[in-house]
Ligand binder design. Structure first.
Ligand code: NAP
Ligand code: ZN
Ligand code: ZN
Length: 350
C-alpha cells in the first residue's frame, strides 16, 4: 500500500477538502497510473451531495481519469510504462457472469465495483476515485489513449463520452436518421459530436437558447428550444431517436411527443423518478422509452479508438483542484462549457 494526495467529501453537507488515501501495491494484472487530469461529472456532485441516497463517506469522487502509466504488473499485456491510459466509472466486476462474458461489466449480475462510492469485489473495501494523484487498476478496466489526442480533453470521454456513445451504437444511430440530443452539458455535447460523426441528422434540444450557436459549432444541424411550445409542436412525431441527458426529475411528455412511429428515447440523465405520463402517449404511435448506463470496457476502448480516428475530444475548461467546490456551484447553475477538467498538477500537497 502507498499513500496518495486526494480531495474528499467527508459528508454530504461539507465542502470537499484535502485528504489522503491508500492505493494497493501493483499486482501482476495491475496498472499504476499517475493521474494527470480528472473530469468533473455531474454524477460526482450528485454523489458528493448525497442526492441518490446511496453515498458513503469519506468519498473521493472522479471517474473520468486520464494519465501516464507509471508501472505495470508482470502479466499486463495491453499497456506499458509511459503510455497514456484512462479509467472510467468501473474498476472491477465479477468477470464470470452472463453480462461480464458479453463485455458488459457495467451490468454485472454479481457486483460492479464502481470507481468511487463503491466497493471492491470483496464488497467491503471502499473504492476511491480520480480526484487524486495516482490510481492502481486491473488491466481489463484500463483503456489505452492515443497520443494523437489532447490528453486533458480526453478525460470526459471516460464517462460523458462512453455514456453517449454506447446507446447511439446500441440503437444503431446513423445515416438517414433524425436524432435529438436533449441537454447541452457534459454528456450532451459528446452526444452531438458522436451522433454527427455516425452520420445522423442531429438536433440539439436545449432549455438554453443562448447555447444554440455552440450547438451548431459542435456539429448540430438544428437547434430546438424546449421551452418554445410552438417550435416543439412543429417537430412533433418527427424523431427516430432521442438521447435524454437531463440530470434531474422532469416531465418527459413533451419529449415523448417528438418521437415518430417506432422512435426511441433513451434516458441517461435522471436516476430519480420521472413525472407521471400517459401510457397512451407510448402506444400511439408505438414509441419506446429505454435507459442505458455507461458502456463496457471493450466498447470504451472502441470509443477511444473511434475518437482517435475522427479526432474527437471534449470541449473543456481547466480548473484547479482547490477550486472544486466553486466548480460544483457552477455546475449546479448550468455554467459549464462543456466539461470541467481538474489539472492534477494543482493538487495541494501540504
Ligand atoms: P451537465 O453537464 O450538468 O449537463 C446537463 C444539461 O441538462 C445541462 O447543461 C442543461 O442543458 C440540461 N438541464 C439541466 N437542468 C435541466 C432541467 N431542469 N430541465 C431540462 N434540462 C436541464 O450534466 P452531465 O455531466 O452531462 O450529466 C447529466 C446526467 O447524466 C447527470 O444526472 C449524471 O448523473 C448522469 N449520468 C448518467 C450516466 C449513465 O451511465 N447513465 C453516466 C454519466 C452521467 P441545456 O442548458 O442545454 O438545457
Ligand atoms: Zn459520470
Ligand atoms: Zn459479472
Amino acid at each position: 500500500m502507498f499513500e496518495v494526495h486526494a480531495y474528499a467529501a467527508t459528508d454530504a453537507t461539507k465542502p470537499l477538502a484535502p485528504f489522503k488515501i491508500s492505493r494497493r501495491d501493483v499486482g501482476a494484472h495491475d496498472v499504476h497510473i499517475e493521474i494527470l487530469y480528472s473530469g468533473v461529472c455531474h454524477s460526482d456532485l450528485h454523489q458528493a451531495k448525497g442526492d441518490w441516497g446511496n453515498s458513503t463517506f469519506p468519498m473521493v469522487p472522479g471517474h473520468e481519469i486520464v494519465g501516464r502509466v507509471k508501472a505495470v504488473g508482470s502479466a499486463v499485456k495491453k499497456l506499458k510504462v509511459g503510455d497514456y491510459a484512462g479509467v472510467g466509472c468501473m474498476v472491477d466486476s465479477c468477470r464470470e457472469c452472463e453480462s461480464c462474458k458479453k463485455d458488459l461489466e457495467q451490468y454485472c449480475l454479481v457486483h460492479t465495483s464502481f470507481t468511487y462510492n463503491g466497493t471492491e469485489q470483496d464488497k467491503t473495501t471502499p473504492t476511491q476515485g480520480g480526484y487524486s494523484t495516482d490510481i492502481v487498476v486491473e488491466e481489463r478496466f484500463v483503456v489505452k489513449i492515443s497520443k494523437k489526442l489532447d490528453l486533458k480533453a480526453t478525460a470526459p470521454l471516460l464517462c460523458a463520452g462512453i455514456t453517449t456513445y454506447s446507446p447511439l451504437r446500441h440503437w444503431k444511430v446513423g445515416k438517414g436518421q433524425k436524432v435529438g440530443i436533449i441537454g447541452l452539458g457534459g454528456l450532451g455535447h459528446m452526444g452531438v459530436k458522436f451522433a454527427k460523426a455516425m452520420g445522423a441528422h442531429v438536433t440539439m434540444i436545449t432549455t438554453s437558447e443562448a447555447k444554440g450557436a455552440d450547438a451548431k459549432r459542435l456539429g448540430a444541424d438544428a437547434v430546438l428550444v424546449s421551452k418554445d411550445a410552438d417550435a416543439m409542436a412543429k417537430e412533433a412525431a418527427s424523431f427516430d431517436f432521442l438521447l435524454n441527458t437531463i440530470p434531474v426529475s422532469h416531465d418527459v411528455a413533451p419529449y415523448v411527443a417528438l418521437l415518430k412511429l417506432d422512435g426511441t428515447m433513451v434516458l441517461v440523465g435522471a436516476l430519480t423518478p420521472i413525472d407521471a405520463f400517459a401510457g397512451g402517449s407510448l402506444m400511439l404511435p408505438r414509441r419506446t422509452i429505454a435507459g442505458s448506463a455507461i458502456g463496457g470496457m471493450a466498447e470504451t476502448q472502441e470509443m477511444m479508438d473511434f475518437c482517435a480516428k475522427h479526432n474527437i475530444v471534449s470541449d473543456i475548461e481547466m480548473v484547479d483542484m482547490a477550486s472544486i467546490n466553486e466548480t460544483y456551484e457552477r455546475l449546479v447553475k448550468n455554467d459549464v462549457r462543456y466539461r470541467f477538467v481538474i489539472d492534477m498538477a494543482t493538487m495541494p500537497k501540504g
